[in-house]
Design a protein around this ligand. Structure first.
Ligand SMILES: Nc1nc2c([nH]c(=O)n2[C@H]2C[C@H](O)[C@@H](COP(=O)(O)OP(=O)(O)OP(=O)(O)O)O2)c(=O)[nH]1
Length: 137
């Protein structure tokens, strides 16, 4: 039996760059880079999840924009992570890393300079291919 775990994540953009965060040693997939976010809980929407997770992880309030294409990957047999990415902008707050150990703002030509979690790679590729219409104002 295959279990699907929906995970919302935020492609936060600012001044033609996007925010990437690195999973810290105490997290599963430690050392891999990802978009901030987390597992969608039973009583919440993907967007509500994202507002909650971004506050918990980065102490930021965000404005959520368009949903981008889903990406699915099975790190463990029988369990599929379904990543649901949303474009987002910071509404208020300063980045405070409460779970991750590093962050970077990446421009279009720097996207593949970090070691992304496998499920993120199709999303990063999609961003690269559609950068101008997605990220620039
Ligand atoms: N948040 C996030 N998780 C990702 C990304 N790419 C990716 O493969 N994942 C995986 C890592 C984890 O297996 C899962 C999300 O779990 P998590 O540990 O971040 O979420 P959470 O805070 O709700 O977890 P939990 O500790 O409550 O179980 O999805 C990504 O870009 N962002």
């Amino acid at each position: 039996m295959n279990k699907i775990i929906p995970v919302s994540c935020a492609v936060i953009f600012f001044q033609d760059k996007i925010l990437a965060v690195r999973r810290s040693p105490q997290m599963p997939l430690a050392g891999f880079w990802e978009f901030p976010g987390g597992k969608v809980e039973k009583a919440e929407s993907a967007q509500q999840c994202l507002q909650r997770e971004i506050l918990e992880e980065l102490n930021l309030k965000i404005q959520i924009g368009n949903e981008l294409p889903l990406s699915e990957h099975s790190y463990i047999e029988g369990i599929t992570i379904q990543l649901i990415p949303f474009l987002a902008q910071i509404n208020s707050g300063e980045i405070t890393l409460l779970e991750h150990d590093k962050y970077l703002w990446l421009g279009v030509n720097e996207l593949f300079e970090v070691n992304w979690a496998i499920a993120d790679i199709p999303i990063v590729q999609y961003l690269k291919e559609n950068w101008t219409e997605l990220i620039t104002d």
